[in-house]
Design a protein around this ligand. Structure first.
Ligand code: COA
Length: 377
């Protein structure tokens, strides 16, 4: 039996960074950003948010929609390029935040295609019976690795999280196609902070902990790979391209999405778009887009969806699923927003972290506390 999406959720921070704000930070303008990318604004995580805390909110909503208890989750996968720590995994920190003390937890690192990779992986656990319930979260705090002095990258990225719950069902994920090309890894990376180039005074002084990208090359690779892997996933699903009702692409750049849609011969009216409001949220972009489109009634039962993504690695993936979940009675209310500029200025000069406890919180007397069970000693 296939794995079916039975719940989904979304969490975006309330802090908005507009194109006009970016004009104050780097040599750019609203017209350039809008014409070249389609982005008008993006969300920026507040000081007390992280990849795990945003993921927590999205995950809790997804579990609520699914009517599934936390202790029923057998497998938690977090797709992210911005884990809270190098060790432990973002998924274990998310477990801590959720109060989840059973089940397996691991991260999937595949850049912007991370959510498709994670969903494909979880679907195999669920459809094979290795897990009954999987929680798949795409969560990012890209503002933390974004250089707000580099106009080539800082205009693109935003923060947020989306989550889905998977269970076996009559209909669901039909097929996927994943690919990668490490030979092009240099096109999009954060050079320092790993084992090749660990953090030191020089890496900080040279601003090596931020995303660097050769935008034009990434652009070309994205269109080619997203179109090809989409067609392969459709072929593997036993469908024809005409059978796809709605495409949910990774929201990297409006022009990448339009060029991909042209190659797939899909009209833009059948493509889910929210890039104008969130920018590129990497592994979070597809689950955010699905959750919003579902809440707004754009995704309905009986439809066949194609998800397609591309990003750092380079890595890409596409997945075809039947949609079964009825839309909610009413969409979630819009949360009030405020300017992200004080946060971005605090990121730039480091003052955002003044007085902040850098360690994860210890759980209280409840879940996860107490001595290690004897059997584990
Ligand atoms: N504002 C104004 N001008 C800018 C600018 C900005 N924010 N960023 C770059 N420019 C300038 C460049 O300096 C260059 O000027 P020059 O011709 O005088 O040298 C000119 O605009 C063209 O730059 P280029 O990088 O070729 O622009 P582009 O059309 O390729 O658009 C991106 C740049 C980043 C928007 C585009 O390449 C892109 O979206 N790539 C994919 C990025 C992506 O999706 N990455 C994540 C992977 S999923």
């Amino acid at each position: 039996m296939p794995a079916e999406i039975v719940g989904l959720g979304i969490a975006v921070p309330p802090y908005v960074l507009t194109n006009a704000d970016l004009e104050e930070l780097v040599d750019t303008n609203d017209q350039w950003i809008t014409e070249r990318t389609g982005i008008k604004e993006r969300r920026i995580a507040g000081r007390d948010d992280s990849t795990a805390t945003l993921g927590k909110r999205a995950a809790e909503q997804a579990l609520r929609v699914a009517g599934v208890d936390l202790d029923e989750v057998d497998l938690l996968l977090v797709a992210t390029a911005t884990p809270d720590y190098t060790l432990p995994s973002a998924s274990c920190v998310l477990q801590l935040e959720l109060g989840m003390t059973r089940g397996a937890a691991m991260d999937v690192i595949a850049g912007c295609s991370g959510f498709v990779y994670a969903l494909a992986t979880a679907s195999q656990f669920v459809s094979s019976g290795a897990a009954d319930t999987a929680l798949v979260v795409g969560s990012e705090t890209l503002s933390r690795i974004c250089d707000y002095t580099d106009r080539g990258t800082c205009i693109l990225f935003g923060d947020g999280a989306g989550a889905v719950v998977l269970r076996r069902g009559e209909q669901g994920i039909r097929a996927f196609s994943l690919g990668a090309d490490g030979a092009r890894s240099r096109l999009l990376m954060t050079p320092a902070g790993g084992s090749r180039f660990p953090a030191n005074a020089r890496t900080v002084a040279e601003r090596r902990h931020y995303i660097v990208m050769e935008g034009r090359e990434v652009f070309k690779g994205a269109v080619t790979a997203m179109a090809a892997s989409s067609l392969e996933a459709i072929r593997r699903s036993g469908l024809e391209p005409d059978d796809i009702d709605l495409v949910v692409p990774h929201q990297a750049n409006q022009r990448i999405i339009e060029a991909t849609a042209r190659r797939l011969k899909v009209p833009m009216s059948d493509v889910v778009m929210n890039i104008a409001r969130y920018g590129n949220t990497s592994a979070a972009s597809i689950p955010i887009a699905i959750a919003e489109a579902w809440e707004q009634g754009q995704i309905r039962p009986g439809q066949r969806l194609l998800l397609t993504a591309f990003g750092a690695g380079l890595a890409w993936g596409s997945l075809v699923t039947d949609w079964t979940l009825p839309p909610p009675a009413e969409p979630s209310p819009e949360e009030p927003t405020q300017s992200a500029m004080p946060i971005v200025r605090g990121l730039l000069d480091g003052s955002l972290w003044d007085g902040k406890d850098l360690l994860p919180p210890l759980p209280g007397a409840g879940a996860g506390a107490g001595p290690v069970p004897e059997a584990a000693l």
